[in-house]
Design a protein around this ligand. Structure first.
Ligand code: CO
Length: 147
């Protein structure tokens, strides 16, 4: 296991449109992707860039809105009606190696490795095995630490 950069922080919201407005008007964000649906996950998502001076892309905020009745984040929003921090996502150079590492340690992995919102393979680790934090592990996109 080799820890890579913090790719994004997942933030649940009851309204992506309202959150995007807030990031633009109050937080001064200038780079925000168009929202898109991920029906298999039951979510709509978009990404807010946090700029850096280095030329390497900064950590993003992944805004997540429920999509459909069975959405996995409905329960989270019932407990946190304003929304809030939902997960952290770390990059790793090799997703299969990382999965084997966590499995070997007996950590609970939530579902199969699948393609995430950035088009690269991801899996989720159970918060109870990650110091209370739902954690997404994502393979670094080919060509380096891109978003
Ligand atoms: Co995520």
């Amino acid at each position: 296991m080799k820890l890579g950069r913090l790719n994004h922080i997942g933030v649940a919201t009851p309204s992506i449109a309202d959150s995007v407005g807030y990031y633009r008007e109050v937080m001064g964000a200038t780079q925000i992707t168009e929202p898109f649906d991920m029906p298999e996950q039951g979510v709509k998502v978009c990404f807010v860039d946090t700029p850096t001076d280095s030329g390497i892309n900064g950590t993003q905020i992944e805004l997540i809105e429920p999509l459909g009745e069975g959405s996995t984040i409905r329960g989270f929003l019932e407990k946190n009606p304003l929304g809030g921090q939902h997960h952290l996502c770390y990059e790793v150079p090799d997703i299969d190696e990382a999965r084997s590492w966590f499995e070997g340690l007996g950590k609970r992995i939530l579902g199969p490795t699948r393609i995430g919102a950035h088009g690269t393979p991801i899996f989720f680790l159970h918060p109870k095995d990650m110091m209370g934090q739902l954690t997404e592990i994502m393979e670094t996109p080919r060509g380096g630490a891109a978003n």
